[in-house]
Design a binder for this molecule. Sequence first.
Ligand code: FES
Length: 61
Amino acid sequence: MYVCLCNRITDQQVRDAALAGASRPAEIYPACGCAAQCGTCASTMRRLIDEHLVKIAAAAD
Ligand code: FES
């Protein structure tokens, strides 16, 4: 599923970037080789990052 239409970033790319250490949208864009444009996707990215970090923390317990 596309999360960012401007840059064609998918939810999987966001999760991969979060796994690699990105913790906010401003870090996701460069991890995907692009830059923020309209910013509409930022809230969805934040939700995906938070969900992914919770799963990683739960798996570590
Ligand atoms: S939808 Fe992501 S920058 Fe526009």
